[in-house]
Write a protein that binds this ligand. Structure first.
Ligand code: ADE
Ligand code: ZN
Length: 324
């Protein structure tokens, strides 16, 4: 099965570029940029990655991003991830970035986007990996901050396909961003949102009905609501599920208890993704392997995750036809 999974072409739709910062690169950038980090070695950083919920992860994660300052840093970060994509047979990836994590520290929006974008263009040419960029609002920040971030994105509209919503779900429901998502849709962006990761099924309904999302990121709490399960099966609105993330953040106690196989068997358009692979112990192949080891899934069902991701991606129909 491992050889089969390794060879299987993959499409990633839920990946935070800041979440690909491996401790070794964190150290190199800290040295290069003379930024203090509260660890002595990369091993000590890894040992600190013992999370009990989403917030305990986010607190460490936003700290790690402080070493990213120059365009070259964002290039190096993105290029390292794309080399992992090549290793994992990822042929297309749709990448989240969180501009507010950087602009609030005085890093210019253009530094972030240009650094990432240069790596994406190089990967298209040299590795044959295609990609899209999705800009996320941090939902623990307020609506005004999201509106100004949206305005910053407008000069880069040709480089950014969609708008997403991430960070702390509890206490920050979709409703808080209804108006800014309406504006984003008017500007012609597609929308996605993290919903039903730690939060209730109601957040999934609200992301669909208030934010008009084209995909739900995570969405695993849908299984608490039979009506919602049927709506997702009928609409085929995709869920970008992140198995290793969910077990590392204790959304499920073990992979054996993960509901991804049940969602697939119910006919939902579910996909497998890595979320923040440097923090959760695995990239795409690792996520497929973890799921296949713990859950009763056939090769054709594992292939279905890739076929679902092709359909759920934001590439045009011609490009989808090539990948199928
Ligand atoms: N930002 C990075 N990873 C995230 C996750 N799993 N949930 C919410 N926000 C995030
Ligand atoms: Zn995520």
């Amino acid at each position: 099965m491992k050889a089969f999974i390794s060879e299987l072409p993959k499409v990633e739709l839920h990946l935070h570029i800041e979440g690909t910062l491996e401790p070794e690169l964190m150290f190199e950038l800290a040295r290069r940029n003379k930024v203090d980090i509260p660890f002595d070695t990369p091993e000590a950083v890894r040992a600190a990655y013992d999370f009990h919920n989403l917030q305990s992860f986010l607190d460490i994660y936003y700290q790690g991003a402080n070493v990213l300052i120059h365009e070259q840093d964002f290039f190096d970060l993105t290029w390292a991830y794309l080399l992992r994509c090549q290793q994992d047979n990822v042929m297309h990836t749709e990448i989240f970035f969180d501009p507010q994590t950087h602009t609030d520290r005085g890093v210019h929006f253009s530094t972030v986007v240009n650094g990432i974008q240069m790596a994406l263009s190089q990967a298209e040419k040299e590795l044959g990996i295609s990609s899209q960029l999705i800009m996320c609002f941090l939902r623990h920040l307020d609506e005004d901050a999201a509106f100004s971030t949206l305005e910053m994105a407008l000069p880069y509209k040709d480089k950014i396909v969609g708008i997403g919503l991430d960070s702390s779900e509890q206490g920050n429901p979709p409703e808080k961003f209804k108006r800014v998502f309406e504006r984003a849709l008017e500007y012609g962006f597609l929308t996605v949102a993290h919903a039903g990761e730690e939060g209730p099924a109601q957040n999934i309904y609200d992301a669909m009905d208030m934010l008009k999302v084209s995909r739900i990121d995570h969405g695993v709490s849908c299984s608490q609501d039979a009506t919602l399960m049927n709506r997702l099966a009928t609409s085929q609105l995709p869920l970008t599920v992140c198995p290793l993330s969910n077990t590392r953040l204790k959304v499920f106690d073990s992979m054996e208890q993960h509901n991804i196989a049940a969602l697939l068997h119910h006919g939902l358009c579910v996909t497998i993704n890595s979320d923040d692979p440097a923090y959760f112990g695995g990239y795409m192949t690792d996520n497929f392997n973890a799921v296949a080891e713990a859950l009763p899934l056939t090769r054709s069902e594992l292939t279905q995750f890739t076929l679902n991701a092709i359909e759920a991606s934001f590439i045009n129909d011609d490009a989808k036809a090539v990948m199928r």
